[in-house]
Ligand binder design. Structure first.
Ligand code: GLP
Length: 240
């Protein structure tokens, strides 16, 4: 895993947005793995601006959300699907048929994971996977203890994740479970960008950078990937 440190979150976000744009320019029918969370706001904002400025054609580009909550009201503005529509999908000329989120409306929740995995593999796998990191080291919603070869599945959220994300919920309580792509699924992507900005991420970033691969800190799994990058600003990097 290559570590790149930028002066601030703006510069880190611009770098990642530009990598996204280059990926699409080089391969119009790229498959992107798209994360959610506050870190992604600035990245998508810059990517949308750049794509508009450069008149990037996204009509053939596919995107797969990393995770989705279970048990929200239908059409909930708190869902990750709503997040991706708001920050990314609605602004560019994506073809809706190419945009994927785990189908949390399925009656049998045990089949959500295999359905999603099938869609990812039919798309030929992910070319560029974007990820944020939780304060406990989660990637997607692979919480500590997740197996390195885990696949897309239903997971229970930890107290740390609930505490960190509950402030984002409006008019609705935060669910206790979600669907996430697995660590094994993530590791099959051709290229991975894990992004952490701000001082709150400094402690977990230090543990990822200085520790060995271990399931207690799921993000360490990316250290074994040949083409993975940890993108930081100086605040997130200050303990390494
Ligand atoms: C949520 C998302 C994760 C993301 C994490 C980081 O838990 N499900 O995929 O990595 O948030 O969030 P933030 O960028 O808001 O710190």
């Amino acid at each position: 895993m290559e570590v790149k440190v930028f002066k601030n979150a703006v510069e880190a976000s611009e770098f990642v947005a530009n990598e996204l744009a280059l990926q699409v320019k080089n391969k119009l029918d790229s498959t992107l793995g798209v994360a959610t969370g506050r870190t992604m706001d600035a990245i998508y904002d810059r990517f949308v601006n750049q794509a508009k400025r450069e008149q990037l054609d996204l009509s053939k580009t596919r995107a797969f959300a990393v995770d989705e909550y279970l048990g929200l009201k239908k059409g909930s503005p708190n869902s990750y699907e709503a997040y991706l529509n708001l920050h990314l999908f609605d602004h560019l000329n994506f073809n809706r048929d190419n945009l994927h989120v785990p189908d949390v409306s399925m009656d049998n929740i045990d089949l959500i994971g295999s359905d999603y995995e099938k869609r990812i593999s039919q798309a030929g796998g992910v070319d560029l996977q974007l990820l944020g990191i939780g304060l406990n080291g989660h990637i997607g919603l692979n919480e500590p203890g997740s197996a390195i070869d885990s696949r897309t599945r239903v997971v229970a959220l930890t107290g740390s994740t609930m505490n960190s994300n509950k402030v984002l919920f409006k008019n609705e309580g935060m669910p206790l479970t979600a669907v996430t792509i697995g660590i094994g699924t993530i590791l099959e992507a051709s290229r991975i960008f894990l992004v952490a900005t701000g001082h709150t991420k400094a402690e977990i970033v230090q543990k990822v950078v200085n520790g060995d691969v271990n399931s207690k800190i799921p993000a360490t799994a990316l250290k074994d990937h040949k083409n993975s990058f940890l993108i930081l600003d100086q605040e997130a990097a200050h303990l390494i």
